[in-house]
Design a protein around this ligand. Structure first.
Ligand code: MG
Length: 462
């Protein structure tokens, strides 16, 4: 992320470039990204799309200028969800796809996420190469006669066809869908209705100020949706983030469905249904109920760094049947490797239908654990060192640990829970996350972890 300059932050984070518009992410930078992506990838055909943010069109015009100047043909799709752009990049045979979005961040943010010809988001290696080209200014500008052409049309009907061809619903689900004024505003209600749902849409006007709710779907931002589900006695409430790669659910009682629980229940279902593929992927932050559910059905769990790109890469490597993060970003590899909110919501309906269950029943088998979080103030220059040193000493604090992982920060799996110590990507903090089989266990683990991190942070301040 671009938000903290004192870190001498890299331009690209785990989700491309992201920052405050006209402070971190300017049209000048957008143009350079366009120039650099084609210089790096030699792309001839590039797709560009945006979410509903106020700055979207400004950044699109700048980005497209850069792309044209290095000779690419650019297809501008207008406002579509990120997974639709990712899917169309592969489907339409483009060499690259660029999405202008800051996902679930507040409206003053925007970003650019890059996808390759295979529809996968750029990993660290490709992003580093693009960044190097921007740093050096070594752009492959073309001669005037070879400047690219921009064409404008919405091709999202291919995506609608894909879902309708592959997903059939038989029950007439009564669904309240909260679009949060984001990029799913027209596609999600259309698809749900085409699948035979009685779908009522709220916050369905595209509005880059996000006046209705935060673009991050969580218990707090979905209070209104929960109330409407309750009052209209709907079967389920569905909500997406600003660019439609995340989804969250409200159950038939009008209660927010814990994101970890839905993810774990769905992963267990995916393992049950899969043939020889026995692996599912999640990140280091997900609840251990994920392992409990998946392993009970003979599945294996791989944990990655936080970020959907890492989950997608691991899924490809391990030929996983499903993967997702507890923020609501779920990946269905039979369709594509970009987290997809609309697809995830219709897949969940399909599974509930098949099992003859309502959402609260579906997640009722997931064990409930207690999670605690604590932040310890630590200078930006010292926080990574603190995390590193924590690793060496945490093992002596928990000598009976089951598993030690440095995939992202330091994570120790214990007999009755786990502890994760990570440096914040954006703030002068070291973050401790603990989960215990009971609240008492979680508190005990936290009480042993905090003094160690505090001491190390204190030592390095001196
Ligand atoms: Mg998103």
């Amino acid at each position: 992320m671009l938000v903290n300059k004192s870190l001498k932050a890299k331009l690209f984070g785990s989700s491309g470039v992201r920052g405050v518009v006209n402070v971190d992410l300017t049209p000048i930078l957008a143009t350079k990204i366009g120039l650099a992506v084609v210089t790096f990838s030699k792309a001839k055909k590039v797709l560009v799309a945006r979410d509903t943010r106020v700055s979207g069109l400004m950044l699109e015009n700048a980005l497209v200028s850069g792309l044209l100047a290095v000779g690419a043909t650019v297809h501008c799709l207008g406002t579509v969800p990120t997974p639709v752009l990712a899917y169309l990049t592969r489907k339409l045979g483009a060499d690259s796809g660029l999405m202008i979005t800051a996902s679930h961040n507040p409206p003053q943010y925007n970003g650019i996420k890059i996808f390759g010809a295979n529809g996968l988001a750029y990993g660290d290696e490709s992003q580093d190469k693009v960044e190097k080209i921007i740093e050096n200014g070594s752009f492959g500008l073309t001669v005037w006669r070879n400047i690219g052409e921009a064409v404008y049309f919405n091709e999202s009907s291919h995506y609608v066809d894909l879902i309708q061809k592959k997903v059939k619903l038989h029950k007439k689900w009564h669904v309240i869908v909260d679009l949060g004024c984001g990029a799913t505003y027209n596609l999600a209600p259309t698809i749900l209705k085409n699948l035979g749902c009685k779908a009522t849409a709220i916050n369905a006007q595209p509005d880059g100020f996000f006046p209705a709710r935060s673009s991050e779907p969580n218990e707090e931002s979905l209070e209104l949706l929960a109330r409407i589900v309750r009052e209209l006695k709907a079967d389920v409430g569905i909500a997406y983030d600003g660019d439609g790669d995340r989804v969250a659910f409200i159950n038939e009682k009008g209660e927010f469905a814990n994101l970890d629980h839905v993810l774990a229940a769905y992963a267990a279902y995916a393992i049950q249904k899969s043939g020889k593929r026995r692996t599912v992927v999640t990140n280091v932050e997900a609840s251990m109920c994920f392992e409990k559910m998946v392993e009970a059905h003979g599945g294996k769990v791989v944990r990655t760094k936080v970020g959907d790109v890492y989950v997608a890469e691991a899924m490809r490597r391990h030929e996983a049947v499903f993967g997702g993060e507890p923020c609501g970003a779920w990946i269905h590899p039979k369709f594509h490797y970009c987290p997809d909110g609309i697809l995830s919501s219709v897949m969940l309906l399909k599974v509930l239908e098949e099992k003859g269950e309502l959402l609260s029943e579906f997640i009722s088998k997931v064990p409930r654990y207690s999670t605690l979080r604590e932040n310890i103030v630590c200078k930006n220059q010292a926080k990574r060192k603190v995390v590193e040193r924590t690793g060496e000493q945490l093992k002596t604090v928990f000598p009976k640990y089951k598993e030690y992982s440095t995939v992202d920060g330091i994570r120790l799996a214990l007999q009755n829970g786990w502890i994760l110590v990570r440096a914040s990507g954006t703030e002068p903090l070291v973050r401790l996350t603990v989960e215990g089989e009971s609240l008492k266990a979680a508190k005990e683990i936290m009480a042993r972890g905090v003094p160690l991190v505090r001491k190390l942070a204190g030592d390095l301040e001196k």
